[in-house]
Design a protein around this ligand. Structure first.
Ligand code: HEM
Ligand code: ISQ
Length: 154
């Protein structure tokens, strides 16, 4: 699916709002993943040993932010170049890491849903189908690239 200029603007706008609410959206993101896929908790080194999702954990916030930032960059690349062109070495790293951890295709769906619901909850009334389509498309292309790198590493 090709993205419109308007969709790129919507993603950039929502990313600005997210960046002002990092502690809040990180927790929301993990909570949603844990609700839908409780077993995934054990995959995360910084969640494994606690019963609750730790508030104000810099590790957790940094990780959640990386996922959102990469997705945002993918949207921009899709608009500008028609494809996701994240650096090769980054893709290789993400592919081998997620393969080693044992991330499944279903997990990718769970994270997709959590990402979208987190943005929806954070941007409030600015949320729209158009915005959802843009983030969703960026995520799908990025996830496909990571999954391809995982298969390469197998
Ligand atoms: C680690 C991105 C999908 C689970 C990471 C890291 C990044 C990342 C940037 C940190 C890499 C590093 O530490 O060097 C992404 C992106 C995804 C994605 C962009 C989808 C497009 C998933 C999925 C799962 C998952 C579906 C499964 C629930 C993990 C885990 C770690 C990790 C468990 C290691 C965390 C730790 O340090 O313990 N991911 N990821 N990721 N990812 Fe993902
Ligand atoms: C997937 N990969 C890395 C970090 C993450 C943080 C929260 C949810 C999913 C993630």
């Amino acid at each position: 699916m090709a993205l419109t200029e308007k969709q790129e603007v919507l993603v950039k706008e929502s990313w600005e709002i997210l960046q002002q609410n990092v502690p809040e959206y990180s927790i929301r993101f993990y909570q949603r993943i844990m609700e839908v896929a409780p077993e995934a908790k054990n995959l995360f080194s910084f969640l494994r040993d606690s019963d609750e999702i730790p508030q104000n954990n810099p590790n957790l916030q940094a990780h959640a932010t990386k996922v959102f930032k990469l997705t945002c960059e993918s949207v921009i690349q899709l608009r500008e170049r028609g494809a996701v062109t994240i650096e090769d070495s980054t893709m290789k790293h993400l592919g081998s890491l997620h393969l080693k951890i044992g991330v499944t295709d279903r997990h990718f769906d769970v994270v997709r849903d959590a990402l979208l619901r987190t943005i929806e909850g954070t941007v409030g009334e600015k949320w729209s189908k158009e915005m959802e389509g843009a983030w969703g498309t960026g995520y799908d292309q990025l996830a496909a690239a990571i999954q391809a790198a995982m298969k390469d590493g197998a």
